[in-house]
Design a protein around this ligand. Structure first.
Ligand SMILES: Cc1cc2nc3c(=O)[nH]c(=O)nc-3n(C[C@H](O)[C@H](O)[C@H](O)COP(=O)(O)OP(=O)(O)OC[C@H]3O[C@@H](n4cnc5c(N)ncnc54)[C@H](O)[C@@H]3O)c2cc1C
Length: 355
């Protein structure tokens, strides 16, 4: 691991959890039971990782004591469960660097410039950060942020007025963005997708149809081939139509909605040993090779590892005990949430009623 110099603007904290997936959320709860406050960072703008992003409406049948619940419902239950411990959330930002400072603490910096200095870090990074899929078109990288925008969180900050706006995608987000772009007085709005079929709710499709009929939104069935730009300003793109012919399209603002998928990303650059893109851990403590750095959930590996929620929850529980012992240098006694008045106080429940 490299050594970093402590930044004076860094947030000081005991524990940072990288990843707000189901396991990262349960880690916050377990750290809370140990009396520890967590800062949590995730590249996604919302909680829940894979459960929220990949299968929010699909049922899970193997959570103990819950016959069935959807991915979204599990995330909501975990959110409620960790709420008493009021974690500080840093969402919509990717942890880019993790390095040890001169005093042995861990310094983290994110894609939006947040810096944190922690005594312990839990990497609950799953199968990687959920980031927008990018396009492979020559010269596009230099236009990102000025003329090309991947999954913009809002259109409000984009310079769409008087511009030829090209919205690129076939899902609900793309259709909604094309409709929303009309409110920004653009020169034109084109919705480009490889097929003339859009995966969106019926009401939204009806709105799209009305805008198409009134010539406010032009639907283009095509795939991008190349782009034209002047400096960092996009002027147009060349597309291939379904019949294989090439066609020039005026475009100054290109809003790309090609989906969001996980990429291991910066975790691979932190100098930690990786085995099959996962972090080896000790199964009694879930610490990695680096003292103070723990790994739980899908990102870790050990003999017998199964990428299951239940396994991640177990790992987060033992990591919580281990981190508390690491920070205090004292053994932590087991207490039950059922009977411990200390845990009731931490949870904010009335110990006489347990509610
Ligand atoms: C379709 C499907 C169905 C499944 N069904 C079941 C089931 O029925 N039962 C079961 O037990 N398991 C199931 N699983 C597996 C289960 O979803 C995973 O084991 C679990 O979600 C892992 O949780 P996690 O918190 O470890 O990782 P994730 O949910 O992947 O969360 C990791 C988070 O870390 C963030 N992150 C990563 N790197 C960074 C970084 N550098 N900076 C900032 N953020 C970062 C990511 O954006 C992500 O949000 C299923 C999985 C899939 C895909």
């Amino acid at each position: 691991m490299t050594t970093a110099h402590t930044s004076h603007s860094a947030i000081e904290t005991d524990v940072v959890v990288i990843g707000a997936g189901a396991v990262g959320m349960f880690q916050v709860f377990q750290l809370g039971l140990q009396g520890l406050h967590s800062h949590v960072i995730d590249a996604l703008p919302h909680l829940g990782g894979q459960c929220a992003q990949l299968y929010p409406d699909k049922p899970i049948y193997d959570i103990p004591g819950i016959k069935a619940c959807s991915g979204a419902e599990l995330v909501e239950r975990l959110r409620e469960q960790m709420a008493p411990f009021a974690p500080t959330l840093h969402l919509g930002q990717q942890v880019q660097t993790l390095a040890q400072d001169e005093e042995g603490n861990w310094l983290l910096s994110t894609s939006t410039g947040t810096q944190l200095r922690a005594k312990a870090v839990v990497i609950a990074a799953g199968v990687g950060s959920f980031v927008p899929k990018t396009l492979k078109v020559d010269g596009i990288e230099t236009l990102v942020g000025t003329s090309v925008h991947y999954h913009p969180a809002t259109l409000a900050a984009l310079p769409l007025q008087g511009q030829h706006v090209l919205v690129h995608g076939g899902d609900e987000l793309a259709v909604q963005a094309a409709i929303d772009a009309l409110a920004h007085a653009p020169a034109s709005v084109t919705l480009m997708h490889r097929r003339d079929v859009f995966a969106a709710p019926d009401a939204l499709l009806a709105q799209l149809q009305a805008h198409r009929a009134a010539d406010r939104i032009h639907v283009l069935v095509a795939q991008p081939q190349s782009l034209q730009a002047q400096g960092s300003a996009l002027t147009g793109i060349e597309v291939m139509l379904a019949d294989g012919s090439l066609h020039a399209v005026p475009a100054q603002q290109w809003l790309v909605y090609q989906g969001i998928s996980p990429k291991l990303g910066p975790v691979a650059d932190w100098g930690l040993e990786l085995v099959k893109k996962q972090l080896p851990v000790d199964t009694g403590t879930f610490v990695t090779e680096a003292p103070g750095i723990y790994a739980v959930g899908d990102i870790n590996i050990y003999p017998g590892k199964r990428k299951l929620l239940l396994c991640g929850f177990h790992e987060a529980t033992l990591a919580g005990f281990s981190i508390a012992e690491y920070l205090t240098d004292k053994p932590v006694l087991l207490q039950y949430t059922t009977t411990s008045t200390r845990l009731h106080a931490l949870l904010g429940v009335d110990h006489s009623t347990g509610k």
